[in-house]
Structures are given as C-alpha cells and as structure tokens.
Design a protein around this ligand. Structure first.
Ligand code: NAD
Length: 249
C-alpha cells in the first residue's frame, strides 16, 4: 500500500502497546515520518524484538517496559521520559472473550483495567508532560467497531471500547481550549499475527461481510492516526474515525 507522507520531525509520539501488532506499525510509521517515538509496552520480549528491528532509528527511539494498568510502573516511565510529548496514542489493549454467562470476574477486571483504566492512567499521567508551547497537542485513542455495535462473547471488551469513545468525547470538550484535539479510531477486522494464523476460508468469510470485501491492514490504522496527529487535522476533535471498510454500516 502506498502511504500518504507526513512530516513529524521535531514531534514526539508516545505509543502504548507500541512493540507489537497495530502499535508496532504505528511506531514504524511515525519514525518513517521523522518523529521521535516513545514505545511503552509490558512485553519485554516484544520490546527486544522491536528494538532489534528498528535499529536504524535508534536516535529517534526511547523504549520502556511499562504496564499501563500499574500506576507505579507508569510514574517511573514518565519520570524517565527524555522529551516532552506532542502526541499520545493509547493503543495497548487486550481481549478475554467469553459469553457473558461464562465470563469470570478475572476476565472482566483484566480487560477493564487494561483498556479503560490504562487509558485513564496514561492520559492523566502524561498531561503535564505535553509540550506546553504546542498548539497541536494530540490524544488518539484506539477503540473498536465492537464498541459501536457490540459483539457476541465480548461484553467486557465492547464495554471498554464504548467507554473509550465517551472518554474521548469528554476530553475533546475539556482539553480543546488547551491546544489539544482528542479523537478515537475504531478499527474493524484488521489482519494481524492472530488473523494470519486463521484458515483461509474463515478469513474469506470475514472479508465477504465487509462492504469493501477485504480485511483491514495495519497500515489502514496507521494512516488514520498519522492524519489525526497531523496539523492538517487540527479542526477534527472528538470524532470516532471508523476504519473498517464499512462493516459498521
Ligand atoms: N487487531 C484488530 O483486529 C483490532 C480491531 C479493533 C481494535 N483493535 C485494538 O487495537 C489495539 C491494538 O491491537 P492489536 O491487535 O495490535 O493487539 P496485539 O495484542 O497484537 O498488541 C497489543 C500490544 O499491547 C501490549 N499490551 C497489552 N497490555 C498491555 C499493558 N497492560 N501495558 C502495556 N502494554 C500492553 C502487548 O504487549 C502488545 O505489544 C488494541 O487496543 C485493540 O483493542 C484491534
């Protein structure tokens, strides 16, 4: 896919869950666009792999092992930040899928703590670390189509992804006057290592349900985030950008 090009030189982007999956693509895309990127992830293995793969961008990168559910872990990482921040992308997220009847308290708490409380912890913790002179401060929160229309087996996950949208709209109202825009991206079915392991007929069946007849690529999400982070998107605030080929319609 040919990506639109952006120039984020002199901008600093924090990506949570930035060492794997969609987050890794976000990290790579912002590096390619000239940004400095802070990668926060709780998987040391994913961080090590990412660091190896991104060797040529070493001077633009800062890695830290951070668990977004743990405020002490975050406080340490925030103190260690080498740069003030222009953009945060709240991307870290997990699923613990089960029908509601079978869902346990542990499944519920894990997903709420990561996808929703983690979002609060990171955004609250970083507020004072934003570049105060910038009129283009950005918070981008990764939601999901499931937060818009629900999904069997995902009561916990759908609740968090709908919560992300309420959080986004409220912060958009509160922080707009302080030079921020706050937006959400709602991905549909995106091809990741998880979907790559699924049988072709299952993937074809999923693609057939999408009006544009294909699954999404991680580039589709990265392109949406690059745009929302750019100065050209400075009048877009509090929106939920569905990047789903029309599946939500
Ligand atoms: N893949 C999809 O089809 C899809 C669709 C809709 C929304 N999303 C959302 O996109 C985001 C990324 O999803 P993905 O598919 O790339 O997932 P992934 O599992 O491939 O990657 C998630 C990353 O977040 C990290 N992470 C998880 N919990 C963390 C925590 N507590 N603290 C720090 N890091 C943590 C993981 O280590 C991993 O590197 C998630 O918020 C997810 O809900 C994904």
């Amino acid at each position: 896919m040919q990506n639109v090009t952006y120039n984020f030189s002199n901008k600093v982007v924090v990506v949570t869950g930035g060492a794997a999956g969609i987050g890794f693509k976000l990290t790579t895309s912002f590096l390619e666009a000239g940004a400095k990127v802070v990668v926060w992830d709780y998987s040391q293995q994913a961080l090590d792999t990412a660091q190896k793969e991104l060797g040529k961008y070493a001077s633009q990168l800062h890695f830290a092992q951070v668990d977004v559910t743990k405020r002490d872990s975050l406080a340490t990482a925030i103190t260690a930040l080498p740069w003030s921040v222009d953009v945060v992308i709240n991307n870290a997220g997990i699923t613990k899928d089960k029908s509601f009847v079978k869902m346990t308290d542990v499944d519920w708490d894990a997903v709420i703590n990561t996808n929703l409380t983690g979002l609060y912890n990171v955004t609250k913790g970083l507020l004072e670390k934003f570049n105060s002179s910038s009129a283009h401060k950005r918070v981008i929160n990764i939601s999901s189509v499931v937060g818009l229309y629900g999904n069997f087996g995902q009561a916990n996950y759908a609740a968090t992804k709908a919560g992300v949208i309420g959080f986004t709209k409220t912060l958009a109202k509160e922080l707009g006057r302080k030079g921020f825009t706050v937006n959400a991206v709602a991905p549909g079915f995106i091809k990741t290592s998880m979907t790559n392991a699924m049988p072709k007929e299952v993937l074809d069946g999923m693609a057939a349900k999408v009006p544009v007849q294909r699954l999404g690529e991680v580039d589709d999400i990265a392109n949406a985030c690059l745009y929302l982070a750019s100065e050209q998107a400075s009048y877009i605030n509090g929106t939920v950008l569905s990047v789903d080929g029309g599946i939500v319609l």
